[in-house]
Structure formats: C-alpha cells, structure tokens
Design a protein around this ligand. Structure first.
Ligand code: SAH
Ligand code: SF4
Ligand code: F3S
Length: 475
C-alpha cells in the first residue's frame, strides 16, 4: 500500500521555530552589544549531497538567528558537525574532529558545540558521543533538523545539554531558509529517505522512509534558482527513479524531468542517484530527449556478481544492468557512465570480484567511486559471517582502481580533438591563469581564460587528456 503524503510538519510547529529563531536572534544581538563582535558559526557537512543540502538549510537557519559565518572551527562561537554514517571512516573523522574542539572551547567558554545528521540516528553512537565528549552541548537527529532554532535556544539558556534524536518515519519541511554554498550550481532534494534496505547500507535506518516533495514545490524552487542566475540544478534523492510514489498527483521521475526541462532559461539539469532496479527505458528516453538534461548517467552497480547482488538485496542481475546500459549507449551515444562499487562484501570470493572486473571493462565507465565494505551495526550484512580476509579485500580494491584507471584514460582520450560545452565554475588547478569547469558528461576540463567567464557556458576544444581531467582551449 502506498502511503499518502502525511510527512508534512504542522504550521504550528513551523511558527514555533520562527519564534525560537527570533529569540536566538535577540540573544545574539545582546552578545554583539556587549562584546562588540558578532557570534560566528562554523557548520560543516560530511557525506552525500543530500547531507550537504541539509547543511545549507542549517546555515540558512543560523543566518536568520543572527550568526555570522567562518571557515574554520577554531574561531567559531557555534560549531555544528552534520555527520555521515555510511562507512566507518566517515564516523572516525567525526570522533577526531570533535576531540579537537575541546581545546577551542577551553579558550572560548562561550562556544557551543552541536552534532547532527545521520550518525545521531544510531542510539549506540549517540551514547558513545555523550560519554566521550561531555563538552558537546547539543545532539539532534535527521528528523528534527527544522527544530535547530529551538535546540540552539535551549543550549544557550537551559544550562543543560540538549539531546533530541527521535526515531521517525521522517518529515518533509518546505520553506526552510537556505544559505547556498555556491552561486552557479544548486542542490535540490526531490525526495528524502530510502525504502530499499540494501543489506550493507545504513541510510534507510538513519533517514527514514522514502517520501517525495510535491512537484509544485520543486518547480517553484528551481524557477527561483534560475531567476537568481544558477546554471546547474542537481536533483537529489537516494533513489530518484521512484520519485512520486505516495504523492496525490500523477507523476514519476521522467515526467518531473520533462517539466523541469521545459522551464525557460539557460541552465542544465543533473540528478543522483538512480537505482538500477528502477531505472527504466522511459528514463533513458527522457534523458535522450531533454536538451537540458546532462548526458551523464550515474548508475551504481555495487558488484558484477549475481550471487553478491542477491546477498546485497539489490533486486537486479548483472544481465539486467548490462541490458539497461546497452540500451542507454544505443539511445545516447555520447552518454558517459559512472558507478559505485563495493569491494569485500561478506564472503565475496575472487570469482565474484572478477565478475565485477569484467563488468566494469564491459561498461567502460568514465570514472567510479569505489569503497571497501564497511560493517554497519543494525544492517543485515553485519550479521553475515565474513570469511574473506582484509588482505584480500585490500588487494582487490587496489586492483580495481588500477583496472579502472586504464579504462578511464582510454575514455578520456576519446575526447581529445572534440569540442565540448563547459560550465565554468572556478579557477583551475593546472596553473595560475587556468579556469575549470565540467562538461555535460561530468568531466573536469581545465583551460586558460578570463575570470569573468566564471558562471557561464563556454565551448572548449580538448587538446589533452590527463587521468583526472581534460585540458583544452576556448574557441
Ligand atoms: N542511494 C545510493 C547510494 C547511497 S550511499 C544508491 O543506492 O546507489 C553511496 C554509496 O556508498 C553506495 O552506492 C555504496 O557504494 C556505498 N556504501 C553504502 N554503504 C556502504 C558500506 N556499508 N560499506 C561500503 N560502502 C558503502
Ligand atoms: Fe542505501 Fe540501497 Fe538505499 Fe542506496 S538504495 S541509500 S545503497 S539502501
Ligand atoms: Fe551519509 Fe547520511 Fe548521506 S549516512 S551518505 S550523509 S544519507
């Protein structure tokens, strides 16, 4: 049964938060009058783009509460880490960074420290954080992000530490203030949560059930972004292909893409992430037919072995996946493909791993995000007995990188001599006078040009392929 959209937060709750925003604003004003400087916030997000987009809302709320901003934790009055729980190394970074704050807080006792995001939805982690870091003033989960004004107010006034980490199927809160990190590219979440329960993955446990925003809210947000001069809109969701399920309106992801493509303006559209089980021919046709939709398909395969895909609960086979890729290659010859791979899922064998190698050779990805499997407490895979050694996992992981490097170089070489359209987004790494941007296909291109071009589309003729980027000349 599809649930109708009952994820909305009540008007009353939203009004309450506005009141808390004003109360914190008054506190910050008082602080300014007394000390002659504005309290500064340092809000840092880890993990996926969805979390980064949440971070932009946290910053929006902080700005409305009267905080200024700083780029480092050491001179901040309010430090907030918006955490990721997807792999152990993401969590370890947080432990390290929070540890370092102790010293700053000793120097500035007025400092408040907060932790939020996905790690805070795991009770065993919250317990550990509470005990290990007594100087952390507030901990709040992903389902109460919009309550940050109240939580900050409590942290300043109650004299107690504030913990708010309810378990929930999730909420949708529209119209939160957003303070975007850039002026050229913008993130637009179209849905939240995940229902897929891939056996290795913590996301469904920390982000709640899958829920879609109304298309009208999405379109209005994008119209405003285009009006503000944004040139690239990336639609976000853990599984964008199931967009629309549970909404009252008759819509799916392809229809949404077409409606955005029809908006006036010179901009391009990206999206992530597509789950192969729900990526349809209709989606490929839509990408092919919509001029503004980038011809780049990020389609995480995770493994090339049917045995492992089944254990991962991915609901597609190697053959299904390859069939979709070959349909896409036929329909969109200029398309580029990227993927995510996990090496070392419990009991993965050399044979399974070789199936992954042969798949990546067959698809010829432009680039790949690869990860060594990380055991996540609470997931199904965490209960599987794992006999594959860490040495094997490490060796296979390095081998995978080597094989992909070769594939990537060959792919990149195919662009030499071609002219590509690049959205210039900043200064390049290749030298002082260089600019950088990405092609429609998601490849980095560096070229010499004037800084005034930042934020516009230019045509660049590719002269050379490096293994991480292309070099070219403006034409
Ligand atoms: N919703 C997206 C991915 C979200 S997480 C999808 O289904 O494709 C991003 C990537 O992190 C995943 O694609 C996977 O490759 C990796 N990942 C997730 N959980 C992991 C784990 N426990 N260990 C290692 N990598 C993991
Ligand atoms: Fe995790 Fe799978 Fe959901 Fe992606 S689709 S977020 S990998 S459970
Ligand atoms: Fe990490 Fe949470 Fe995203 S676990 S990958 S920040 S949804």
């Amino acid at each position: 049964m599809s649930e109708k959209n009952n994820f909305s937060v009540s008007e009353k709750e939203i009004l309450e938060q506005k009141e808390f925003t004003e109360k914190v604003f008054a506190l910050n004003q008082e602080f300014f009058d007394k000390n002659g400087y504005q309290r500064l916030a340092y809000i840092k997000s880890y993990g996926c783009q969805g979390n980064v987009a949440d971070g932009e809302k946290l910053k929006g709320m902080a700005a409305n509460m009267g905080f200024g901003f700083t780029d480092t934790a050491d001179n901040a009055d309010f430090v907030l880490y918006n955490t990721c729980a997807v792999r152990e190394n993401a969590e370890d970074r947080i432990y390290g960074n929070v540890g370092a704050l102790k010293h700053y807080k000793r120097r500035n006792p007025d400092m408040i420290i907060g932790l939020c995001g996905c790690m805070m939805q795991q009770p065993h982690i919250v317990e550990k954080l509470k005990k290990s870091f007594p100087y952390v003033d507030m901990i709040f989960g992903t389902h109460v992000l919009h309550k940050m004004p109240e939580i900050v107010y409590e942290a300043y006034t109650s004299g107690k530490r504030v913990f708010e980490t309810p378990q929930s199927k999730g909420v949708i809160v529209e119209d939160l203030p957003v303070r975007r990190d850039g002026k050229i590219k913008a993130w637009v979440p179209i849905m939240y949560g995940c229902n897929n329960f891939c056996t290795y993955c913590i996301v469904p446990y920390v982000r709640g059930r899958e829920r879609s925003r109304k298309s009208e809210d999405i379109i209005n947000e994008i119209k405003a972004l285009i009006k503000d001069g944004y040139k690239e809109i990336t639609l976000l969701g853990q599984n964008v292909n199931s967009y629309g399920k549970g909404l009252e309106e008759e819509i799916n992801f392809s229809k949404l893409l077409r409606r955005i493509n029809d908006l006036d303006g010179d901009f391009r559209i990206r999206f992530m992430t597509s789950h192969p089980k729900d990526a349809s021919k209709e989606l490929i046709d839509t990408i092919a037919e919509c001029r503004k939709v980038c011809k780049h398909i990020h389609l995480p395969v995770q493994s090339g072995s049917d045995r492992i895909l089944k254990l991962m609960n991915r609901h597609y086979t190697r053959a299904d996946y390859l069939k979709l890729i070959s349909y896409a290659k036929e329909k969109i010859p200029e398309a580029s493909f990227t993927t995510d791979i996990i090496v070392g899922f419990p009991n993965e064998t050399r044979e399974d791993f070789e199936a992954t190698l042969s798949l990546i050779k067959q698809v010829e990805y432009d680039s790949m995000f690869s990860f060594i499997y990380s055991k996540r407490v609470g997931t199904k895979a965490a209960e599987m007995v794992d006999t594959t050694s860490d040495e094997d996992k490490g060796r296979w992981f390095r081998e995978l990188l080597e094989v992909q490097k070769e594939i990537g170089i060959n792919r990149y070489n195919r662009y030499v001599g071609k002219t590509v359209k690049v959205l210039v987004d900043g200064e390049g790494k290749s030298g002082k006078e260089y600019l950088t941007g990405r092609t429609d296909n998601f490849i980095i291109v560096d070229f010499i040009g004037d800084k005034s071009l930042i934020g516009s589309f230019v045509n660049v003729k590719i002269t050379k392929a490096l293994n991480w980027a292309l070099l070219g000349e403006i034409i």
